[in-house]
Every structure is written in structure tokens, then in C-alpha cells.
Design a binder for this molecule. Structure first.
Ligand SMILES: *[C@@H]1O[C@H](CO)[C@@H](O)[C@H](O)[C@H]1NC(C)=O
Ligand SMILES: *[C@@H]1O[C@H](CO)[C@@H](O)[C@H](O)[C@H]1NC(C)=O
Ligand SMILES: *[C@@H]1O[C@H](CO)[C@@H](O)[C@H](O)[C@H]1NC(C)=O
Ligand SMILES: *[C@@H]1O[C@H](CO)[C@@H](O)[C@H](O)[C@H]1NC(C)=O
Ligand SMILES: *[C@@H]1O[C@H](CO)[C@@H](O)[C@H](O)[C@H]1NC(C)=O
Ligand SMILES: *[C@@H]1O[C@H](CO)[C@@H](O)[C@H](O)[C@H]1NC(C)=O
Length: 510
């Protein structure tokens, strides 16, 4: 609870000046409204980063002044919607935080400010029929496998999130609730310092969200819609809220890690597949329940969703070309159960349902691997055009599992440009670069990461709207697993920075 001082009214005096046009706007970037930190400088001027995008730093003081910054809140950069008004002025919400609206003079009313969560969840409809939060783990008493790691070097000095002109994300690993990254206090601390986005690599997938026995009981009682549970995602959501971090929702509709019984009569393993209209109802029920849970309890935290994952296939015999975008019919010699039950329309239907239930500012993404293989790039472009025609898609997600020498980085770059030219944002969702196996493998790996980040930076500067880059795990040899041989990450087994770390920082700063 925060009370207001009369002094803050002085802030209003500055508001008129803040609107002045600024040099970076003609280049397509906003002026910085609350930062003066110079991240990079070029012939255009000095650049800072705000809300994960570059902004131009004014060379005078007045334009940097925003009335709410003196109260510890940024000024709003892209909303004018007044959520709250008090003696300081008009307040909006951005990035799940209060921001001061700068083009409106304040009125004098005296009151206190409530928290963002309270005010947003007063939209009672959002929470109708939404289950309560399951209990959180007690992270203080959890046996942290990283407890002996000295992370002081990673929670001071450079921060990836601070220097990147897009959100910097990290995968939250873990095969079940007990091995989840957020169970470690040390990992939490490091992530909160270095990143401003996270993605669950597993724990938000349907196999963890669906409650089999409760769904079967539902069906016995004549309601064959699924029952969901939220125990595997609650700790990550809470961690994000407390640290002002966003979560990429991953993923609503995928043919893998979705139990087969979900597609069958009465949710029985032995049942036959339900028909298309029934499966569409189940899809709607599932998407609605997931979105409403996170939007009710954690408004603004999950503001981007991988709605459909990996629905495009280029292996002969495993796709339906009649759609014009090679709809996956099979994978690893198994049928794609979404295709089997709903046909190729399952993809567009999933996006329609997601748009229907998603909050206004939530971005919808199509996510896939090997997006740079030309046949796949073209097929995905065809899909994006269809979705875009109904305003159902905001971004393409490129998973980006790369090798030292594959794919050709020009192919990778031009695939990103092709997607971007369709008018969607770009998100790099699962970036992983393998080592080359040589004696100098970690230094070589650093070079490869640096080159790829340079591509992102150059593309961003050229107008490609890259809004996030996520590395898909925190450390090599993940400490929650007994023996993990991963060597693709930015931190090593002891949570020390690998050469990759400074290579990325250099690419972003240069
Ligand atoms: C601040 O500087 C910018 C140019 O850098 C100029 O356009 C603007 O008018 C200046 N604002 C004030 C209040 O002097
Ligand atoms: C802005 O003003 C403050 C004092 O009010 C001064 O210390 C600072 O150097 C000024 N910054 C610029 C960029 O002129
Ligand atoms: C942790 O590492 C820093 C150097 O990075 C060192 O100054 C500090 O003493 C170390 N702390 C412990 C407890 O070893
Ligand atoms: C689909 O199956 C449901 C029962 O699950 C049935 O009520 C409905 O009539 C079927 N629809 C079609 C088009 O066959
Ligand atoms: C698929 O089949 C076509 C001709 O039928 C062939 O040209 C192409 O190489 C095949 N692609 C793969 C990946 O096997
Ligand atoms: C870039 O993406 C962000 C987030 O979707 C959006 O707010 C912004 O308008 C986009 N910018 C451009 C130039 O398309």
C-alpha cells in the first residue's frame, strides 16, 4: 500500500514536455521515457533499452523526465488507457506494472493505490469457475542442488535482459514437479538477474496439465470434457509475478506429450477416437481452462502463447498437401491424433479458440523446428497467411536447434526475413547451439552464439520485429538430474558463466 505526497504533484509540471517528438521516432523507435543507460551508440545517437526494445536517449534532460519515475514507476509507452487515477495523475498498466500516463494532467483526488493484481482481477468474470491456486513449494526448505554454487559473478555486473533489445528468455527445465528449475533458490536468483522471460520446457504441456482420473470421473457423470490441474506451473507463475518476468506459454496444441486417452471416448485408453465435433469441444475446453487460470490468477504474466506446435511436416508420406501448407499427418511412425480426430482444420480452430479466450494484449504464436529448411519455410508462410487473414497470429516462433555448421546462417537469416515480411513478430523460442566436439569446443561454441546474436541484432535494426530470444535451459549438466550430458547452455554445471556468456554480451553491446 502506498500513500502519496504532495510533492509528487510537481511531477505534473514535466508532463507536457514528455510528448515532444524525438529523434529516434523517425527511425521507428520510441524515445526513452525513463532510462538514461546508454547500451550502444551509433551515428544516429545514443540508444537505451526499455520494454525490450531500443529507444533513443534524448540529449537533454527534460524529455527523459517522466512524472511517475520519481515515484518509482515508468511512464506508459504504449497505452493511454486509464486504469486508475489519483492525486499523482492517471495510471495505466504495462508489463503487469503501473505506469504513468503522460499526456493527461492530473486531477486532485486523494486516495491510495491498490496492487495491479487486485485491480485487474476485479474483472470478476475472468475468474468465474476458475479453480483456486494449488499450494506452492516451500523454496526455503527445498534441498537446492545448486546450494554450493557461487553465483555472485552472475548476479552483479552485466545482465542479458538489460542489454538485449528484445526479451531474453530461459527454459525452465524439469521432467516433473520435483526437478523443476524454480525449486532452486540459486537458479531463481540467477534467472531473475539475467532474464526477463521464461518458458517451461515440459511442465506446461498437456501431459502435465490433464488430470486423467478426474477427467474419467467427469465422463462417467455425463460430462466428457477434461479436468485440468495446475500444480506443475504454479511455482513458475508465482516466481515470474514476484520478479516482473514474463512467461511464454508453451504449448496449447501439440501431438507429442499429449496423452492418447485425451482423444478417446470417455477418456478411456481402450475407447475409440471421438469424432471431430467432440474433439473440437474438448480442445476449446482445454484452451479455455488453461488461459482462464493464468489470466485470473496471474494477469499479464503469460502474455504470449505457442498456440500450435510443429503442425507442418516435409517428410514424404507424413503430410497432407491439400491444405497448401503440408499439414502433419504422422510423426515417428505414429498418427498425429489432432489430425486424426479433427482433420487439417485443427490448427486454425486452435488459433480461433485461443484468440477468443486470450486477454487483449496476449500474442499468439505458431512455433516449429527446422523453420529454415526452404520447403518448411514456404509451407509455414502459407499457413501464416491463412491465419493472418483472420487476425489470428501475432508471431512466428523459430525453435532454433542449431549445429556448429548447420544450417547455413544465411538460410536461417533469410527464413526470419521471410516470416517477418508477412507482418508478424519473430520469437526465437528454444535456442540451442551444439558444440563441435573439438578440443576447443566451448570457445568455438561462443563464436557460434556470438554470430547468431549478431544476426538477431542486425535484423532487429533493419526493422525485423524480433521480440524475444529464449535459450532453452540455464546450465550444462542440469543439477536436478543425476547425469545430464547437455553442453549447449550459457552456464556450466557449477553455474559459472561459460565463454558463450560474454560472447553474447559482446554481440549485443557492440
Ligand atoms: C530535447 O532535445 C531534442 C533533440 O535532441 C529536441 O527535439 C527537443 O525539443 C528538446 N526538448 C526540450 C524541451 O528542449
Ligand atoms: C541532466 O541534469 C542533471 C542535473 O539535473 C545532470 O547531472 C546531468 O548531467 C544532466 N544530463 C544530461 C545528459 O544533460
Ligand atoms: C564467490 O566468488 C567471488 C568471485 O567471483 C568471490 O569474491 C567470493 O569470495 C566467493 N564467495 C565464496 C563464499 O566463496
Ligand atoms: C459426435 O459424437 C457425439 C458423442 O460423443 C455425438 O453426440 C454426436 O452426434 C457425434 N457427431 C457427429 C457429427 O457424428
Ligand atoms: C519426396 O518425394 C519427392 C518426389 O516424389 C522427392 O523428389 C523428394 O526428394 C522426396 N523428399 C524426401 C525428403 O524424401
Ligand atoms: C513489434 O512487436 C511489438 C510486440 O508485439 C509491438 O508492440 C510493436 O508494435 C511491433 N513493432 C513493429 C514496428 O511492428
Amino acid at each position: 500500500m502506498k500513500y502519496f505526497s504532495l510533492l509528487s504533484i510537481i511531477g505534473v509540471v514535466f508532463t507536457a514536455k514528455v510528448n515532444a517528438a524525438c529523434w529516434s521516432e523517425r527511425l521507428g523507435y520510441r524515445c526513452c521515457s525513463f532510462t538514461n543507460d546508454v547500451i550502444l551508440e551509433d551515428s544516429d545517437g545514443k540508444w537505451g533499452v526499455e520494454n525490450n526494445d531500443w529507444c533513443g536517449i534524448q540529449n537533454n534532460n527534460s524529455s527523459n523526465t517522466c512524472w511517475s519515475s520519481s515515484l518509482g514507476y515508468p511512464c506508459c509507452t504504449n497505452t493511454n488507457e486509464v486504469i486508475y487515477e489519483d492525486s499523482d495523475g492517471k495510471w495505466g498498466i504495462e508489463n503487469n506494472n503501473w505506469c504513468g500516463i503522460i499526456n493527461n494532467a492530473a486531477r486532485t483526488t486523494t486516495t491510495t493505490r491498490t496492487t495491479v493484481t487486485q485491480s485487474q482481477s476485479s474483472a470478476a468474470a475472468t475468474c468465474a469457475n476458475v479453480p483456486n491456486k494449488p499450494s506452492l513449494i516451500d523454496v526455503d526448505s527445498y534441498n537446492d542442488p545448486a546450494k554450493n554454487c557461487n553465483i555472485s559473478d552472475s548476479i552483479s555486473g552485466d545482465s542479458l535482459a538489460k542489454v538485449a533489445p528484445f526479451r531474453m528468455g530461459v527454459g525452465l527445465n524439469g521432467g516433473d514437479k520435483s526437478t523443476s528449475t524454480v525449486n532452486s533458490k540459486k537458479m531463481r536468483e540467477l534467472i531473475a538477474y539475467q532474464f526477463n522471460s521464461v518458458t517451461y520446457s515440459n511442465l506446461m504441456k498437456a501431459e502435465h496439465m490433464l488430470d486423467k482420473s478426474a477427467s474419467q470421473t467427469n465422463a462417467k457423470n455425463g460430462n466428457d470434457m477434461p479436468v485440468l490441474k495446475f500444480d506443475t506451473i504454479i511455482d513458475g507463475l508465482e516466481f515470474c509475478k514476484q520478479n516482473n518476468i514474463h512467461m511464454r506459454g508453451h504449448t496449447l496444441v501439440w501431438h507429442v506429450q499429449t496423452p492418447d486417452w485425451f482423444f478417446r471416448t470417455n477418456f478411456q485408453d481402450s475407447g475409440s477416437y471421438v469424432n471431430s465435433s467432440k474433439m473440437e469441444q474438448r480442445m476449446e475446453s482445454y484452451i479455455k481452462q488453461v488461459l482462464q487460470f493464468v489470466q485470473c490468477h496471474y494477469p499479464g504474466v503469460v502474455d504470449v502463447w505457442d498456440v500450435v506446435n510443429e503442425a507442418v511436416e516435409i517428410d514424404n508420406g507424413s503430410y497432407d498437401s491439400s491444405t497448401g501448407w503440408n499439414t502433419r499427418t504422422r510423426y515417428n511412425n505414429s498418427p498425429n491424433p489432432w489430425y486424426q480426430t479433427m482433420g487439417p482444420d485443427y490448427v486454425i480452430k486452435a488459433f480461433r479458440i485461443a484468440r477468443k479466450y486470450a486477454d487483449k494484449d496476449v500474442k499468439l504464436v505458431y512455433n516449429d523446428y527446422n523453420t529454415f529448411m526452404s520447403q518448411k519455410t514456404n509451407a509455414i508462410c502459407n499457413l501464416v497467411k491463412l491465419l493472418k487473414a483472420e487476425n489470428l497470429i501475432d508471431a512466428v516462433g523459430l525453435q532454433s536447434y542449431l549445429n556448429a555448421d548447420w544450417p547455413n546462417r544465411n538460410d536461417y537469416k533469410s527464413a526470419i526475413q521471410k516470416f517477418s515480411s508477412l507482418g508478424v513478430d519473430i520469437q526465437i523460442t528454444e535456442l540451442t547451439i551444439k558444440t563441435d566436439g573439438s578440443g576447443n569446443k566451448f570457445n568455438n561454441q561462443a563464436t557460434h552464439y556470438q554470430q547468431v546474436f549478431k544476426i538477431y541484432k542486425d535484423l532487429k535494426k533493419s526493422g525485423v520485429n524480433i521480440t524475444s530470444v529464449t535459450v532453452f535451459g540455464l546450465q550444462d549438466g542440469y543439477l536436478f538430474y543425476n547425469s545430464d550430458s547437455t553442453d549447449t547452455r550459457l552456464w556450466d554445471h557449477n553455474l559459472q558463466k561459460k565463454p558463450v556468456y560474454s560472447a553474447i554480451i559482446n554481440a549485443l553491446k557492440s
